[in-house]
Design a protein around this ligand. Structure first.
Ligand code: SAH
Length: 413
């Protein structure tokens, strides 16, 4: 564990940095420091050719001998890379006494400062420390550099709208069920470069904390039975902001097209002539059951699944218990839904799971059968958001046995 590392950007222009040593490592440090405008003193009996050239050009002071106490006088920072651990150690000791931060090439433990792996792009500098492993830092740095080069990271400066080159764009981004790690890479990149983000109540709201302060966040979150911002108005907001030249991300829970009205938002943007991209998301219909160990299909148990809202006529779907039903919304209507399913011919002992707040702090599965799930859910105080799963796959939930009468337990083939 490295818990005493405090990253800092040093502004070295015009400040004296002493480099002890004259080999390739010292040369690399000197070049980097000169590029940042530092004043350099090299202490070494012999210098590599490129260091010697810098001395000859008058940009580096050279003390052509071994290190002596006093060589650090006036320094803001010291690098020692002599190839001789005893000398490096003596330099580190002297630097400690004079309270000058010191990088020690031969011994990270003796150093009071470590050099990160760095990549730059324009005015952006990314510095990586990776524990004690400089190669790992370099590999990570290379990954960041490649992503920067590929335009995958939001390098773009925020433009004032007045300078915008005409219309902005809208991206309907499926945010997944709420865990920040379950958003696609494309979705995250668009979010990182958005000027305006229009969010729902569901979805990965914690990602909003990663936005820059000047990104406008518009919360159109709906709560059950209460629609603070009508869909029409949401459509208008997307169009208005895009017309003002802004890049808009409509961050939605799950997948934009699964009971998410993404189709309507897309149509509204298209009708207004706005560029619109749809980024698929991990739908709660599949992922929330998975969060509690229920696969929506399973060989020999369920060969298909239907996703419905509990508001619809649920009787019109394939009837076998080997066809999984996934019901979104409508958790308050569970009793009526269960009755309707039994009336349509499903056995009353068909297993049911109600999964609340998948991937969230309140995640919980309430298990039962069509006959008793409404009662069990009421007793447990089940609240939205929740996904209801109906069918034999529910028996695969690790929690199935303790909660349900043992005579109804069958094991998966
Ligand atoms: N487009 C979304 C669904 C929108 S409808 C998707 O693909 O997931 C909203 C319903 O999704 C909620 O009423 C609830 O049934 C379900 N839902 C979304 N996220 C959920 C979560 N984290 N936990 C439980 N249910 C969730």
């Amino acid at each position: 564990m490295v818990d005493d590392l405090y990253p800092l950007g040093l502004r070295v222009r015009g400040r004296l940095v002493v480099v002890v040593g004259g080999g390739p490592v010292a040369a690399r440090r000197v070049r980097g420091l000169l590029a940042a405008g530092a004043t350099l003193r090299a202490v070494a009996p012999a210098l590599s050719d490129d260091l010697a050239a810098l001395v000859a050009a008058g940009v580096v002071e050279h003390r052509a001998r071994r290190y002596k106490p006093g060589d650090l006088d006036g320094a803001w920072l010291v690098h020692t890379a002599t190839g001789d651990p005893a000398v490096d150690s003596a330099v580190a000791d002297d630097a400690e006494v004079s309270r000058t931060f010191c990088v020690v090439a031969s011994d990270a433990d003796r150093a009071s400062a470590w050099v990160p792996a760095v990549t730059r792009s324009d005015d952006v500098t990314v510095a990586v420390h990776a524990g004690r492993d400089p190669r790992r830092a370099v590999r990570l740095r290379d990954g960041v550099a490649a992503a920067l080069e590929a335009g995958e990271l939001p390098l773009r400066r925020v433009r004032p709208p007045a300078e915008a080159d005409g219309a902005g764009r809208v991206a309907l981004v499926g945010g997944g069920p709420g865990a920040p790690g379950l958003v696609t890479g494309r979705g995250r990149r668009l979010l990182a470069s958005a000027d305006v983000v229009v969010v729902d109540r569901l979805g990965p709201r914690s990602l909003l904390d990663t936005l820059a302060d000047d990104v406008e966040v518009i919360d159109v979150g709906k709560t059950a039975g209460n629609h603070p911002v009508p869909q029409e108005r949401i459509n208008e907001l997307l169009v208005e902001h895009a017309r003002a030249g802004r890049d808009v991300v409509r961050l939605k829970g799950g997948d934009p097209y699964v009971f998410g009205r993404g189709g309507e938002e897309m149509a509204a943007c298209r009708a207004a002539g706005i560029d619109v991209e749809v980024v698929p998301g991990v739908t709660s219909a599949v992922s929330v059951p998975a969060a509690v160990g229920i696969p929506v299909t399973h060989r020999g148990v369920a060969g298909g699944f239907s996703v419905l809202t509990a508001h619809e006529a649920v009787g019109d779907v394939p009837g076998g218990t080997d066809h999984t039903l996934v019901l979104l919304m409508g958790v308050t209507r569970l009793a009526r839904t269960a009755e309707a399913l039994v009336a349509a011919g499903r056995p009353a002992d068909t297993p049911v799971a109600v999964v609340e707040d998948g991937y969230g702090p309140r995640q919980r599965a309430t298990l039962g059968t069509l006959a008793d799930i409404a009662e069990r859910a009421a007793a447990a105080g089940v609240r939205p958001p929740a996904v209801t799963v109906v069918g034999d796959v529910v028996r695969l939930a690790p929690d199935w046995r303790p909660h349900v009468a043992p005579d109804r337990v069958v094991s998966a083939p």
